[in-house]
Design a protein around this ligand. Structure first.
Ligand code: IPM
Ligand code: MG
Length: 387
């Protein structure tokens, strides 16, 4: 500390809307603090996008900002959207920023890990016994399917209004995300569940064929196919049975919100969106919590920053090649939870207030940073003095 850091990473920060700026500021401070401990620097580039982009530029994101994001080592994003920009007839919508980044930067695989921190078991409405051993990873295809298929429009016809969306997948689009999911399963419990609707959809039948073709290259991985409706049921009935799930864009969107109930709150879950491109440090990627912009609680310092902080840990791991730093951040988050700190989304109804400490966004980030420093000073903290 004090001397010039050996490496300076470039991160594009996109605060977005609603609680986005608050949770992003929290994660940014955690990353800066991690850099101070590990001896690296971060050069931040801030990009205005989402509803804020519409207000500032008339577009959810400008193409020069997509290019600036591409030039960084990684992107950290808060959340976009809000009632102000919700007009269903509007030509520009905040979410277009996400699609421009995901599609434009070819970030085809969205990794959404779901684990249950033991201290948060009471925060989930599910029975504690069901949550034991839950450790799953949803790999969601992110740059095709219904989100990107054309046509996607409403038409006036003699039969009244008609709307069409297009579910489209090429073999190559399926193969690249399925391969990545197989590789990830190899690094875990070697179990892959491919989720589809092959009893109805042609795209799902192609998806299944590609999974079957790929399984020969990964004979050490156990593969199962699951229809998305029964998968939704099993995710709450026996969630611990899953390891890696791989699925198309919309199914992954829906199943990951469902799976967040296991973790106690949507506010806990991080995500990484990756493509094939590598920088000199790691895989280029976009990192964001899976929650939305929560406009109802924006600006009040009450949002849970842990989903974004854990996304920052994924950024350290995947894009900067700093596994130790990633684990240190994850351990500091776990410790803050063990010590009873809770943002309000994590406080179960009727909880014993005596054992939990209700904190806001800033205080939760402070607690994580404080525990990072303690961990750095001594790998196993003895007595963490409460701030
Ligand atoms: C997500 C979100 C987005 C999506 C919305 C905001 C467009 O729900 O990242 O899961 O559907 O992909
Ligand atoms: Mg979603």
């Amino acid at each position: 500390m004090g001397s010039t850091p050996a490496t300076t990473f470039r991160i594009a920060a996109i605060p977005g809307d609603g609680v986005g700026p608050e949770v992003l500021a929290a994660a940014r401070r955690v990353l800066d603090a991690t850099g101070a401990q590990f001896g690296f620097g971060i050069r931040w580039t801030e990009i205005v996008a989402g509803g804020s982009g519409i207000d500032a530029w008339g577009a959810a994101i400008r193409s020069e900002d997509v290019e600036a994001a591409r030039a960084a080592d990684a992107i950290l994003l808060g959340a976009v959207g809000g009632p102000k920009w919700d007009d269903p007839n509007a030509a520009v919508r905040p979410e277009q920023a996400l699609f421009a980044l995901r599609g434009g930067l070819e970030l085809f695989a969205n990794l959404r890990p779901v684990t249950v921190h033991p201290a948060l078991v009471p925060s989930s409405p599910l029975r504690p016994a069901l949550l034991e051993g839950v450790d799953l990873l949803i790999v969601r295809e992110l740059t095709s399917g219904l989100y990107f298929g054309r046509p996607s429009e409403e038409r006036a016809t003699s039969d009244g209004r008609v709307a069409v969306d297009t579910l489209w997948y090429t073999e190559a689009e399926i193969r690249r995300v399925v391969r990545l999911a197989f590789e990830l399963a190899r690094g875990r419990r070697r179990k892959l569940t491919s989720v589809d609707k092959a009893n109805v959809l042609a795209t799902s039948r192609l998806w299944r064929k590609v999974v079957e073709e790929e399984r020969g290259r990964f004979t050490d991985v156990e593969v199962g196919h699951q229809l998305v409706d029964s998968c939704a049921m099993l995710l709450v009935k026996q969630p611990a049975a899953f390891d890696v799930l791989v699925t198309e864009n919309l199914f992954g969107d829906i199943l990951s919100d469902e799976a967040s109930v296991l973790a106690g709150s949507l506010g806990m879950l991080p995500s990484a969106s990756l493509g094939d491109r590598r920088t000199e440090h790691g895989r280029f990627g976009l990192y964001e919590p899976i929650h939305g912009s929560a406009p109802d609680i924006a600006g009040r310092d009450v949002a849970n920053p842990l989903g974004t902080i854990l996304s920052a840990a994924m950024l350290l791991r995947w894009s900067l090649g700093l596994e130790d730093a990633a684990r240190m951040v994850e351990a500091a988050v776990a410790e803050a939870l063990d010590d009873g700190l809770r943002t309000r989304d994590l406080v179960p109804a009727g909880a014993d207030a005596g054992t939990l400490q209700l904190v806001g966004t800033t205080a939760m980030a402070d607690a994580v940073i404080e525990r990072l420093a303690i961990r750095w000073a001594a790998p196993r903290p003895v007595a963490a003095s409460p701030g």
